[in-house]
Design a protein around this ligand. Structure first.
Ligand SMILES: *[C@@H]1O[C@H](CO)[C@@H](O)[C@H](O)[C@H]1NC(C)=O
Length: 149
C-alpha cells in the first residue's frame, strides 16, 4: 500500500512537470508589422500563441516547437525584431537562457538569437532572466522524490 502511494506521488509529480515542459506559449510578432515587437517590448497589441497549435514545417517533419525565440537583427543599419515559437536550437547558451547567441555576418549583418523555454511568453524581455518557475518545480520534485524513496 505504501509502495502504491509512493508510485502515485511519482506519477502525480511527473504529470505536473511534463505538460509544463512540452507545451509553451510564445509571443508571436515581427517588428516590420508591429513596432511594439521591438525592444522595449510592449505586449499590448502582440498575440501570444500556443506553440502546440502551430502547424510545423514540411521540411521539419515531426519537429515540434518547444521553445520561444526572439531574434534581433541589424541589416544595413536597420533593426528588425522577430518573436515566436522555436523548433530547433538550444536554450540560451549551454542551456542558460540569460545569454543570447550572436552572429555577425558579412554585408553589415548582425543577428542575435535569444531562445528560452522557462515559461510562457519568455521571449518578451530584452533582458533574459532565469525564471524560477521550472527550477522550482524541479527542485520540489527532487525534494519529494528524496522524501519518498
Ligand atoms: C503584458 O505586460 C504587462 C506589463 O509589463 C504585464 O504586467 C503583463 O503580465 C503582460 N501580459 C502577459 C499576458 O504576459
Amino acid at each position: 500500500m505504501a509502495y502504491l502511494n509512493k508510485y502515485l506521488i511519482c506519477v502525480f509529480v511527473v504529470l505536473q512537470v511534463v505538460p509544463y515542459v512540452f507545451s509553451i506559449k510564445c509571443w508571436d510578432c515581427r517588428s516590420s508589422n508591429d513596432p511594439k515587437c521591438a525592444d522595449p517590448f510592449d505586449n499590448s497589441t502582440v498575440p501570444i500563441t500556443d506553440c502546440n497549435q502551430e502547424k510545423g514545417f514540411s521540411h521539419l517533419p515531426g519537429v515540434r516547437p518547444t521553445m520561444c525565440r526572439k531574434i534581433r537583427q541589424k541589416v544595413n543599419g536597420v533593426w528588425r525584431y522577430f518573436r515566436g515559437c522555436a523548433y530547433l536550437g538550444e536554450v540560451g547558451i549551454q542551456g542558460d537562457e540569460r545569454f543570447c547567441l550572436m552572429r555577425t555576418g558579412t554585408y553589415n549583418i548582425f543577428i542575435e538569437y535569444c531562445t528560452c523555454n522557462s515559461k510562457d511568453g519568455c521571449n518578451s524581455s530584452s533582458l533574459f532572466s532565469p525564471m524560477p518557475m521550472l527550477l522550482t518545480s524541479l527542485l520540489l520534485a527532487s525534494y519529494l522524490f528524496k522524501k519518498i524513496l
